[in-house]
Design a binder for this molecule. Sequence first.
Ligand code: ATP
Ligand code: MG
Length: 454
Amino acid sequence: MPKTLFVCSQCGNDSPKWHGRCPGCGEWNTMVEERLPEPVQGGGGGSSLGRRSAKAAKPVQLAQVEAPALARFETGIGELDRVLGGGIVPGSLVLIGGAPGIGKSTITGGALGNLAAAGRNVLYVSGEESPAQVRLRAERLGEHALRVPIVAETDVETVIATLEAERPDVCVVDSVQTLYAGGMSGAPGSVGQVREVAGRLMRVAKERQIAVILVGHVTKEGALAGPRVLEHLVDCVLQFEGERERTYRTLRALKNRFGSTNEVGVFEMRERGLVEVEDASSRFVEEATRGPGSVVLCAMEGSRPLLVEVQALVAPSELVPPRRVANGVDRNRLALVLAVLSRHGGFGLGTSDVFVSVAGGLRVDEPGADLAIALALASAARGEPLGDGAKPLAAFGEIGLTGELRYVAHADRRLAEAAKFGLQPVITPDGSARTLRRVLKLALDGDGSLADAA
Ligand SMILES: Nc1ncnc2c1ncn2[C@@H]1O[C@H](COP(=O)(O)OP(=O)(O)OP(=O)(O)O)[C@@H](O)[C@H]1O
Ligand SMILES: [Mg+2]
């Protein structure tokens, strides 16, 4: 029986017994089972040198390393390919995480279907659903998806043997938390199991050039369950986000060894599966209400400009402290904008409930959102719409703590995207108004002089 040890994945503290809470750093649920290496028999005494007679490896100059240019597998889902950096790299390990019901099985099933239709060898390993359940989904997704061969299996050794026998180009494991590795204690889904399962799959993936897509669940806090360890192991981590009750979902790369992590794909859940939203900006601009509290933000989602509507509602509060609700924007960012509005913009909202949300259930996480949030809040507080009535007002820019407007990256691309949809003027930090107070004055009091601020 091999000896095992429990090691904290946060601080590295080890203990022969498992603890729910690491005695070293006090973190919960971080102890991971590790196998101790077998003691070396007949070692050469106390010296650390020459204890084992391993043969030295011969270093090779990188220029001499053979690296055949491998064509990537295109999944036929443009947004997914873009986030992956141009398709799936053969032999790579991709982790795709997301909340329950967000559409992980749908997107991976659809991608495998397209690959199968393009003549690739694929395999779907379902540890969660029975083949009949997967078939029902595939029927919804269309005939391509029905071509995908499936095995329902939770023993990682069987999965690996199947991979060895079938040698698919791309394999989806749905989900990594349902697989278990024999010889390890711990329930499937525990940190030690997940890491062991992923480690074994990685070995086959690299040896046999099988691209493996691991589906992973996320915890309530939004982190991939157990998988801090997994993030280091895999080549690519994709995160599926969005609220289940909203239709829009975004897919972003948190890590990518073969591409940029700036790309974001936008999808919509429909009856026939996840549909790519290529013209996201035009949808959001069309849907913008133009009422009080509505401003279009020229955001950057990675290398792609995206216009989204920021909405705000300000209402008298009966609560102390009043409500501060942020959907799709960071709470701290909202707090900062509220503080600057009160100190430098003449809008004290201390006795009001404040709600800010990005329409469509999208999430914008960049400093460039500050100005649009501030304008939406001021407009909502006054009850006055911004813009010229026909088109919504567009803005972007960061707000500094002293109430000044600060530059943000890619101003030209943001402006070009706004111009594409006829949004003019756009309030930016490059305009004549350099402070929040001045912008608010022009936008709310300066009848029609918004062009001066832009
Ligand atoms: N007939 C339908 N029409 C539209 N949307 C549907 C339909 N059936 C299912 N859905 C959507 O598909 C989602 C489930 O997708 P999927 O099974 O791919 O999610 P998942 O992320 O794999 O979930 P889990 O974590 O349970 O494995 C549901 O939340 C629902 O929004
Ligand atoms: Mg699923």
